[in-house]
Design a protein around this ligand. Structure first.
Ligand code: MGD
Ligand code: MGD
Ligand code: SF4
Ligand code: MO
Length: 694
C-alpha cells in the first residue's frame, strides 16, 4: 500500500485555498485545508466535494470536434494529436489571413494566468481578456481611480479590524475561507460588523448593524456617509493633509447629500447613517469599508466602489493595520520574484480589439473588457476577430443575454472551449479540450503579494481519470504544433525551472508544504511610508486619469428606477455557500445539498400576488420565462426578486442539473450593452422581471 500527502491548491472556486490531499494507492482518501498555511487551513463544502468532481463521468472525457451545427451536441471523439492538429492548423490559417490579432482568449483570471498570457504573446495577439467585466472590474477601477494601484495590492486586514462594513459583500456565503476566518478572528477580538444589503443573508445574521437598503441606492448611502465624515469633522485630518488631494472639491460636492436625503432614497434611518459615520470614526483607522467583489450590477457601480475607497481614505484606513494595508511584493521583502512567461516574447504592438489602451485610456489593458471584444467580433471594428478560445470560462452562463452572445459567436470561424465540466459555452463550441480537474493537474508557480508574500503551486495529487490534460500541457502542446519553440515546454519541471531561476526557491521547497513564504513577519508600512500610483502620488478625489479619459470623478447621484406595477421586481442575484457559479450545480454531492435555486420575494408583495412560500412561480423578462419555487420572506427589500446564480441548466449531458431552477442571465436581454462605463463592469441588475403564480 502506498500513502502520500500532497500539498496543493483547491480549484472548486476562484479563491484557490491551500489544501492537503491524502492519497492512498493512487486514490484520494481525504482533503483538508493545508495545516501549514498561515491562512489557517480549512476547506468549505465545495472544496470538500472535489473528489466527487474527479469521479464524475458527466464531464468531457476526451477531446471532441463538433460535427453538426453549433450547439446541436453532435461530437466526434478525437485523440489529443488530432485535436492539436485541428486547432493549430485552424488558428494558423486564420492568423495568416487576418493577422495574429484575430485570436481572442478569455479566462477566469487568478494567479496562474501568466501561462495563458504567455501563450497569447507567443501567438502575437494583444487580445487576452479575463472574466472580470462580469465580476470585479468596477472595484478594480474604483480602486485605481483613487489610489492608482490595483485592488489586489491592498490586503483586507480583517483580523485586526475594529469595524468592518460589508456592502454588497456576503462574506459568510460568498466564501473565501481565509477571509471568513479573518472576520471571525476580528469579531472574537471585538470588531463591529455592519452589513448593507438588499436582503438579510447569512452575513447580516452575524452583523451588529444591518441596513436593508433599496436596490441600487448604495451610492446615495455612501455619499451621505462622506457628507457626515466631512461636515461633522469626523475624518482623519492628519492623514487627509498628508495623502488626500482635492478634499475641498469633495466637501462641496457632497453638500446636498445629507443623511436625511439618503434616508429617503435608501429606505433607512437618517440617524442610523449618522451613527455609523460616528462609530467608524471612533474605530478609525482600523476600519474596512469593503468595496465589494461581485459588483457588475448597476450603471453607477463604479461610483459605489470609488466612494467606498474614498470613505476608507477619509478614515485613514488605506494603508493602515486593521484596514487596507498595502501588500508587499517579493522585492519589498528583499527577495526576487518569479520570472514571467510573458517575458519570453515581445509585447504585440497591435492595438486591442476591445479599445482598451487607445480608445479607453483609463481602463487596465491587462485583462481588457471582454464584452467590448465581443462587440468587435460582431462589428469587425477595429478589425476581424475570427477565433476565440474560452479557457476555463463559461461566458454563456457568466454574461448577460446568452442568445445575443451566440449570435455574435456565429461570426467566428473557430470557437474552442477548454474546460473540466460541461458548460453552455463548451456545448456551443467547435472544439472541446477537456482540462483535468485541479486534483489531477499541476500548475505553473504563482506569486502572491500580501502582508507576507509567498510562492505557491498546484501539485498533481492523482493521475487523470479520463483523457484530460493540464493547462500547460494543452497550451504548450498547441504551441509545439504551431512551431512556437519558445513556448513548447516539454515538462512542468522545465516551466518551474524557468520561473524559479534566481529566486532561491526550488520545486522541492514548494512540494514540501505547498508554498514558500518569502517573509517571516507581516510587513506593515508606516503612514508616511505609503506610496500611491496616481499621477499626483496622492489619493485622488478628482482622478486625473479618469477625467482625462472623459469620465467624472464625482458623479451626481441619479435615483434608480422603481419597479412599475404590482407584479414587477428588480432582478438581484448572488451566491450560496454550497455552489460555485454555474459549474458545481451538476456535482453529485453539491447537487444533493442544494439542487435548485428559489426566488426570494418580499412577504407583503408576494401576498398581494397571491403567492405563498413554496409556490411555483414564473419569472419573465424580455421574452424569456422560467419557473421556480418562491421563497417568501420579510427579509428582502420589496423592490427586489433575488435568486442564486448558476442554475437553469439545459444540457442533456448534465442529468443532475438539467431543468432545475432558472438562469438569471436569461432575464437580461440587451445586457451586453449595459455597463458602468468608467469601471467597465456590466450592469446586470438594471433589469426588471414580472412574477406570477405558475
Ligand atoms: N447573472 C449573473 N452572472 C454572473 C454572476 C452572477 O451572480 N449573476 N456571477 C459572476 C461572477 S462573480 C463570476 S466570477 C463569473 C464566473 O464565470 P465563470 O468563470 O465562467 O464561471 P465558473 O462556472 O466558475 O467556471 C467556468 C468554467 O471553468 C471550468 N474550469 C476549468 N478549470 C477550472 C478550475 O480549476 N476551477 C474552476 N472553478 N473552474 C474550472 C469549469 O468547468 C466551468 O465550466 O460569472 C459572473 N456572471
Ligand atoms: N460559495 C461561493 N463562494 C464564492 C463564489 C461562489 O460561486 N460560491 N464565487 C467567488 C467569486 S468569483 C466572487 S466574485 C465572490 C462574490 O462575493 P460577493 O460579491 O460577496 O457575493 P454575492 O453573493 O454575489 O453578492 C453579495 C451580496 O450582494 C447583495 N446585493 C445585491 N444587490 C445589492 C444592492 O443593490 N445593494 C447592496 N448593498 N447589496 C446588494 C446580495 O443580496 C448578496 O448578499 O464570491 C466568491 N466566493
Ligand atoms: S473557498 Fe472553498 S471552493 Fe473556493 S478554493 Fe477555498 S475551499 Fe475551494
Ligand atoms: Mo467573481
Amino acid at each position: 500500500m502506498s500513502k502520500k500527502e500532497v500539498f496543493s491548491v483547491c480549484g472548486m472556486c476562484t479563491v484557490r485555498c491551500p489544501i492537503m490531499v491524502d492519497v492512498e494507492d493512487g486514490e484520494i482518501r481525504f482533503i483538508q485545508g493545508n495545516p501549514h498555511s498561515p491562512l489557517k487551513g480549512a476547506l468549505c463544502a465545495r472544496g470538500a466535494a472535489g473528489p466527487a468532481l474527479e469521479a464524475d463521468a458527466e464531464r468531457p472525457q476526451y477531446p471532441m470536434i463538433r460535427q453538426g451545427a453549433r450547439g446541436e451536441g453532435k461530437w466526434a471523439r478525437v485523440s489529443w494529436e488530432e485535436a492539436f492538429d485541428y486547432v493549430g492548423a485552424k488558428l494558423q490559417e486564420l492568423m495568416d489571413k487576418h493577422g495574429p490579432r484575430t485570436v481572442l482568449f478569455s479566462d477566469r483570471g487568478g494567479p496562474f494566468v501568466d501561462l495563458h498570457q504567455g501563450f497569447m504573446r507567443a501567438l502575437g495577439s494583444p487580445n487576452y481578456c479575463n472574466h472580470d467585466v462580469s465580476c470585479a472590474r468596477n472595484v478594480m477601477h474604483g480602486c485605481r481611480s483613487v489610489t492608482g494601484r490595483p485592488r489586489t495590492e491592498f490586503v483586507y486586514d480583517y483580523a485586526n479590524a475594529k469595524h468592518i462594513v460589508l456592502q454588497t459583500r456576503n462574506i459568510f456565503e460568498a466564501i473565501n475561507v481565509a477571509e471568513v476566518n479573518g472576520v471571525l478572528d476580528g469579531i472574537d477580538k471585538g470588531c463591529e460588523l455592519t452589513c448593507i444589503d438588499i436582503r438579510a443573508n447569512v452575513s447580516a445574521s452575524k452583523a451588529d448593524n444591518f441596513f436593508m437598503i433599496r436596490p441600487g441606492t448604495d451610492y446615495a448611502f455612501n455619499l451621505a456617509v462622506i457628507h457626515e465624515l466631512l461636515h461633522k469633522g469626523l475624518y482623519d485630518k492628519a492623514y487627509a493633509e498628508m495623502w488626500i488631494k482635492d478634499l475641498d472639491r469633495l466637501r462641496t460636492f457632497v453638500e446636498p447629500y445629507s443623511p436625511e436625503w439618503a434616508a429617503k432614497e435608501c429606505g433607512v434611518e437618517a440617524k442610523a447613517i449618522s451613527k455609523l459615520a460616528k462609530d467608524l470614526s471612533k474605530a478609525a483607522p482600523h476600519v474596512i469599508w469593503h468595496p465589494g467583489w461581485m459588483v457588475a450590477r448597476y450603471t453607477d457601480s463604479f461610483y459605489v466602489c470609488r466612494s467606498a475607497y474614498i470613505i476608507n481614505a477619509l478614515l485613514g484606513s488605506i494603508g493602515a493595520k486593521g484596514g487596507l494595508p498595502i501588500a508587499s511584493t517579493p522585492k519589498d521583502v528583499g527577495r526576487q520574484g518569479i520570472k514571467k512567461l510573458v517575458d519570453l516574447f515581445p509585447k504585440p504592438e497591435e492595438k486591442r480589439a476591445d479599445g482598451v489602451g487607445w480608445k479607453l485610456t483609463a481602463h487596465d489593458a491587462g485583462p481588457g473588457l471582454l464584452h467590448k471584444a465581443f462587440e468587435a467580433i460582431d462589428s469587425s471594428d477595429p478589425y476581424d476577430v475570427k477565433a476565440y478560445i474560452a479557457f476555463r470560462h463559461d461566458p454563456l452562463m457568466a454574461m448577460p443575454d446568452p442568445d445575443a452572445i451566440r449570435r455574435i459567436w456565429d461570426k467566428l470561424d473557430l470557437l474552442v472551449s477548454v474546460t473540466f465540466t460541461w458548460s453552455d459555452t463548451a456545448w456551443y463550441s467547435d472544439v472541446v479540450l477537456p482540462l483535468s480537474p485541479y486534483l489531477s493537474r499541476e500548475s505553473i508557480v504563482a506569486q502572491k503579494g500580501g502582508l507576507k508574500p509567498q510562492l505557491f503551486c498546484r501539485q498533481r495529487a492523482v493521475t487523470p481519470r479520463f483523457e484530460t490534460k493540464a493547462d500547460w500541457e494543452i497550451l504548450c502542446g498547441l504551441a509545439e504544433k504551431m512551431g512556437i519553440e519558445n513556448f513548447a515546454f516539454k515538462s512542468i519541471e522545465d516551466i518551474w525551472a524557468y520561473q524559479l531561476e534566481g529566486t532561491g526557491v526550488t520545486p522541492e521547497d514548494l512540494a514540501k508544504k505547498g508554498f514558500v513564504g518569502l517573509a517571516s513577519e507581516p510587513r506593515y508600512l508606516k503612514v508616511d511610508e505609503l506610496k500611491f500610483a496616481t499621477p499626483s502620488g496622492k489619493l485622488e478625489m478628482i482622478s486625473e486619469k479618469w477625467e482625462k479619459a472623459g469620465y467624472e470623478s464625482l458623479a451626481p447621484y441619479k435615483s434608480p428606477a422603481r419597479p412599475e406595477g404590482e407584479n414587477q421586481f428588480r432582478i438581484a442575484f448572488g451566491r450560496v455557500g454550497t455552489h460555485t457559479q454555474g459549474h458545481t450545480v451538476n456535482n453529485p454531492l453539491l447537487n444533493e445539498q442544494f439542487p435548485e435555486n428559489v426566488l426570494w420575494l418580499n412577504a407583503a408583495r408576494a401576498k398581494a400576488l397571491g403567492i405563498k412560500d413554496g409556490d411555483l412561480v414564473t419569472v419573465s423578462s424580455g421574452g424569456f420565462s422560467g419557473s421556480l419555487k418562491a421563497f417568501v420572506t420579510e427579509f428582502i427589500h420589496p423592490e427586489a426578486a433575488f435568486m442564486v446564480h448558476g442554475f437553469g441548466h439545459t444540457l442533456p449531458v448534465e442529468t443532475r442539473a438539467f431543468g432545475k431552477g432558472v438562469s438569471d442571465n436569461e432575464l437580461m436581454r440587451g445586457g451586453l450593452a449595459l455597463e458602468s462605463a468608467p469601471g467597465g463592469g456590466l450592469a446586470m441588475q438594471e433589469f426588471f422581471v414580472t412574477v406570477a403564480k405558475a
